[in-house]
Design a protein around this ligand. Structure first.
Ligand SMILES: [Zn+2]
Length: 498
């Protein structure tokens, strides 16, 4: 089976920040997890380099839009690498391969009769690069997102007949209840569709920075269609001489709630107009909020991803983002919150557990995992985990899946306290029990670490190597016999002093 996951592509009008990292890490966890399940995965991220937000920023800085893109696109590429994203391709909408294919698809929509010429008049937000309907305006005539005052604009445009897709979209939402998740976002998109869809402009006459409309090169294609099409165009040229579209399309999109309407309404309609299947699914996430943050001793009062990664490693950041805030909702994050979870959960509950198990196998069994059968009370708690976690991640429920996994981490800690291997080791009559306990702990650690691998690829790889696990595929508790050599390991998540 193939699995194609995407992040939104990011505007090159400023430095990347934690919000960008958040979407990218989410998609990466899914990509890595699916690879562990043996799926044929393609993971795409990249930059959106056309349109008004980019030209405006370029003007402010006194450079051309292309220069701005050339400056920032590498930063986004570096950010992806820094957070350990395993993307298979990085698209830039200024790529020739993208622009050529955008023109082909837009031409197809035109040929299929879904485009006409007209005049658009409405409230326009240059920061959104979008017209707002009367009902969307707030405080008189302000953008609901940017809160800036909007002006009425009149433009000769090519229009996309979005209105004719109301029924097909309603049918799509009815046939595929999980097309958009979480459900609150699905309802929001559906309400927007049901209130009646208006045609939307497909081109901009006033802007030169973009993909020319193939039949009217005086205009450029509206940046939103140009950008959305990246999800399809990339498959056409990501691999030299190979078209991956058949192999990977349709995609699973990860995106933030501010771009819901474009992805859940415009995008599937436009694809249908071009004769292309709509996306498989999309998951809409919320924002990480950093208001009223508490100071931490080593990170100050701003959670800066670069600083966190430099001090604690990318794994810790990846973990924290999905542990602290339920994926799909808005939630507060803070440097102090990060530090608390790092110490209590990563350093103690998981890192310390790993070191305890490694050292007990070292001390009591000379570094070899005993060949024994786990005790039933431990084995029972692991039953079903290799099914529950994938099921949650099929729906991009990253926080709930992590909670499932963490329950196993806590169970292992509890099992150590219950069985007290250090006492068993003093009594030769308990040798067989100790074998079973140590086997169960090593096996539980292995299975749990494989489940955690998608979230924290670097540290889990070190641990898996230390316990003699060469594979990365998900594994059932009890499926590996003992007998492996175990090596000791420096703390996975060392205590950090300010
Ligand atoms: Zn706006």
């Amino acid at each position: 089976m193939s699995y194609y996951v995407t992040t939104p592509i990011y505007y090159v009008n400023g430095e990347p920040h934690l919000g960008h990292a958040y979407s990218t890490i989410a998609a990466d966890i899914l990509a890595r997890h699916m690879r562990q399940r043996g799926e044929d995965v393609f993971f795409l991220t990249g930059t959106d380099e056309h349109g008004e937000p980019v030209t405006q920023e370029a003007e402010r800085e006194g450079v051309t839009p292309r220069e701005l893109g050339d400056r920032y696109a590498p930063r986004f590429r570096q950010l992806a690498a820094k957070v350990e994203a395993s993307n298979d391709f990085f698209i830039r909408t200024t790529d020739d391969g993208h622009m050529k294919r955008v023109q082909e698809i837009v031409q197809r929509v035109y040929d299929n009769g879904h485009v006409y010429e007209g005049v658009y008049e409405g409230w326009y937000c240059p920061r959104c690069a979008d017209f707002k309907t009367e009902s969307e305006l707030v405080d008189g005539n302000r953008c609901p997102i940017h809160k800036i005052e909007l002006t009425r604009e009149k433009q000769d445009n090519w229009f996309f007949r979005l209105s004719t897709f109301q029924q097909p979209l309603e049918r799509l939402f009815a046939e595929r209840p999980d097309f958009v998740t979480p459900e609150s976002r699905r309802n929001e998109a559906l309400a927007f569709i049901r209130q009646g869809l208006q045609d939307v402009s497909l081109s901009r006459p006033t802007l030169k920075w973009g993909v020319p409309v193939p039949w009217d090169t005086e205009q450029v294609i509206y940046v939103w269609f140009d950008a959305l099409l990246n999800y399809v165009t990339a498959l056409g040229y990501a691999r030299d001489g190979e078209d991956l579209t058949e192999r990977y399309w349709p995609a699973f999109h990860i995106l933030a709630k501010d771009i819901l309407k474009f992805h859940a309404v415009y995008w599937p309609a436009f694809l249908m107009a071009a004769g292309i299947d709509p996306p498989k699914r999309m998951f809409i996430h919320g924002y990480l909020l950093m208001e009223g943050h508490k100071m931490s001793k080593s990170l100050g009062n701003v959670l800066d991803p670069d600083e966190v990664i430099a001090k604690y490693g990318a794994d810790a950041l990846r973990y924290y983002c999905f542990r602290e805030v339920s994926f799909g909702q808005d939630g507060q994050i803070s440097p102090a919150g990060f530090e608390a979870r790092y110490e209590a959960e990563l350093a103690n509950e998981y890192g310390n557990l790993a070191n305890r198990i490694l050292s007990m196998v070292g001390r009591y069994r000379d570094g070899t995992v005993p060949e024994a059968e786990a005790e039933i009370e431990l084995a029972a708690d692991f039953e079903g985990a290799p099914e529950r976690v994938p099921q949650l991640l099929d729906g991009a429920e990253l926080t709930q899946a992590l909670e499932e996994i963490w329950r196993l981490v806590r169970r292992l800690n509890q099992y150590v306290e219950e069985t007290r291997p250090w006492d068993l080791a003093k009594d030769p009559a308990e040798a067989e029990r100790l074998d079973r306990v140590l086997y169960g702990l090593a096996e539980g650690l292995r299975v749990t670490t494989l489940l955690l691998h998608a979230y924290m690829p670097e540290s889990t790889s070190r641990l898996l190597e230390a316990i003699g696990e060469p594979g990365r595929e998900l594994s059932r508790f009890g499926s590996r016999d003992g007998g492996q050599r175990i090596e000791s390991l420096p703390p996975l998540f060392p205590k950090i002093d300010a």
